[in-house]
Design a protein around this ligand. Structure first.
Ligand code: SIN
Length: 192
């Protein structure tokens, strides 16, 4: 698969005939929308966990020195908390461009705090995508994060902002908090 998934997403056209739909965000989409939405609310999805296993060659790193960002990895029995946005299909031009480094749109059911569920979309970078980096020790992930920067800014900002946003949602996510803690420790050691 090529690094640029924009065209593949355009052709997927899931829910394109809907006037409005729900989008589930679990990474930067939690703390930085960057698009117009009708409403938003925390929601959960079943069977997935967040992992810093996706490379970022376009936002938080470069093609020569990619950063690390989150994707979702299948984990039966696990629940992932994120932020759901009710949007119009007009936002997908923007989102397909933003998520173009390996993420594809998938249909996904999400559950809200009051127990009701909605079908919607989520962007997931699957293990077969060209920017996939895969599993690594927390220490190695944090070292890569601490050393990486790209057009959207330092990789550390992504990791620390996401950890703060997850804490504000009271989300359980040992992996993301550990990566953030180790990254913070590395940055503190780098400071004069
Ligand atoms: C998401 O936030 O839902 C996708 C991954 C990202 O943009 O960080």
């Amino acid at each position: 698969m090529s690094f640029d998934t924009t065209e593949a997403n355009r052709q997927t056209a899931i829910f394109d005939d809907h006037d409005e739909l729900w989008l589930f965000g679990y990474g930067s989409l939690i703390y930085k929308a960057g698009f117009d939405y009708i409403e938003r609310a925390p929601a959960t999805i079943e069977g997935w966990v967040r992992r810093y296993w996706q490379g970022s060659h376009d936002h938080r790193g470069t093609p020569e020195a990619p950063g690390r960002v989150v994707t979702l990895v299948e984990a039966p029995g696990e629940t992932c908390l994120g932020m759901a946005y009710r949007v119009t299909p007009a936002v997908f031009d923007y989102l397909d461009h933003r998520e173009k480094n390996g993420y594809l749109r998938f249909a996904q059911a999400m559950t809200f705090a009051d127990g009701h569920t909605e079908k919607g979309l989520v962007y997931i970078a699957t293990p077969d995508n060209a920017a996939w980096l895969g599993e690594a020790r927390i220490e190695a992930i944090a070292a890569q994060v601490a050393a990486s920067t790209g057009p959207s800014g330092p990789n550390r900002d992504y990791v620390l902002n996401l950890a703060d946003a997850l804490a504000a949602l009271d989300a359980k996510d040992a992996h993301c908090y550990l990566v953030a803690d180790r990254t913070r420790a590395l940055i503190d050691n780098q400071s004069p």
